[in-house]
Design a protein around this ligand. Sequence first.
Ligand code: NAD
Length: 352
Amino acid sequence: MQILVLPGDGIGPEITAATRQVLEAASKRFALGLDFIEDVAGHESLRQYGTTVRPDLVDKARHADGIILGPTATADFKDPAHGEINPSMFFRKRFDLFANVRPARTYPGLPARLGAFDLVVVRENTEGFYADRNMEVGSGEMLVTADVAVSLRRITRACCNRIARVAFELAARRRQHVTIVHKANVLKLGDGLFLEECHAVAQASPGITVDDIIVDAMMAHVVRAPQRFDVIVTTNMFGDILSDLTAELSGSLGLGGSLNAGTQHAMAQAAHGSAPDIAGTDSANPFSLILSGAQLLAWLGRRRQVKKLEIAAGAIDRAVEAAIAAGEVTRDLGGKLGTRETGAMLAARIAS
Ligand code: NAD
């Protein structure tokens, strides 16, 4: 089983190396037969090939069983005509990775200021307010005059329906509760359509409790009592913002795992960015991408009905839990370990 690893920018190479080490240990222990191929995307690719994503990388990614993409310096990539393509957007769009699944939970051993919680944000990933992915040709943003900008937000019934189905299917495997987060009071058409489609899927999902909350109020609710949520489904930008908040509430943005899944392909990516402020200091928390790697294994296991992939994913989750309980963590979680030590420690826990 082939996994394409693209280390990305900033802390990307550090956390992908740790993630690869942990997945290699899991592969050995559970006889998964994972074969890692590494390539470049982001600044390193721009430097070597004049583009952040080479066209032939698409074929490599298509033939791989899964992709691990380290965070990339998206804000630096401004001009696609000069090879500055947002790699994250590129793969999500090219492989129609419409479901961005971002779990957030508290861990014994970390202060849970808001009490224990365990939730998942399911974010639509292919349209919404993202100017670089909601048009077939051209951009969703326009400069009408030097002083007037217009940003288009695309919402389609089909995309609302398929993301709602992912959320309800996930809730059926969890605590049977879906919260729809929207702004239909103002975005009456776009979010109205989203809300309508989510409720239609709810109708076809007996046994799942459903509620809906306006996104601004949601910020208060999630900070007040995160334990009231199980699966939260929302549109692209709201999900992006909300999931950084829930990751930080769980202890650190460095715990923010994230899987981008379509029907044929899936890509593990941390929820956070390339963290240039700590890049190269061996202090980044690799748990985010390691947990994303575990999500990828679980996704592959469910899709292909290979139980040992799901068992390996569970073992990685439990090793992270045990490491946190033992205080074997990076600085952001109050520990002393470096990124490299964290990867080695977790690989050793999985091997034993
Ligand atoms: P960021 O998410 O990179 O960092 C925000 C804060 O969280 C920083 O203080 C950083 O040090 C900290 N942090 C992030 N990950 C951490 C980890 N694993 N361990 C410990 N601390 C961690 O946000 P930013 O600085 O605004 O963005 C940096 C770059 O990343 C920008 O170019 C942005 O566009 C890009 N970005 C990329 C992605 C992606 O690749 N999916 C996502 C978000 C932002």
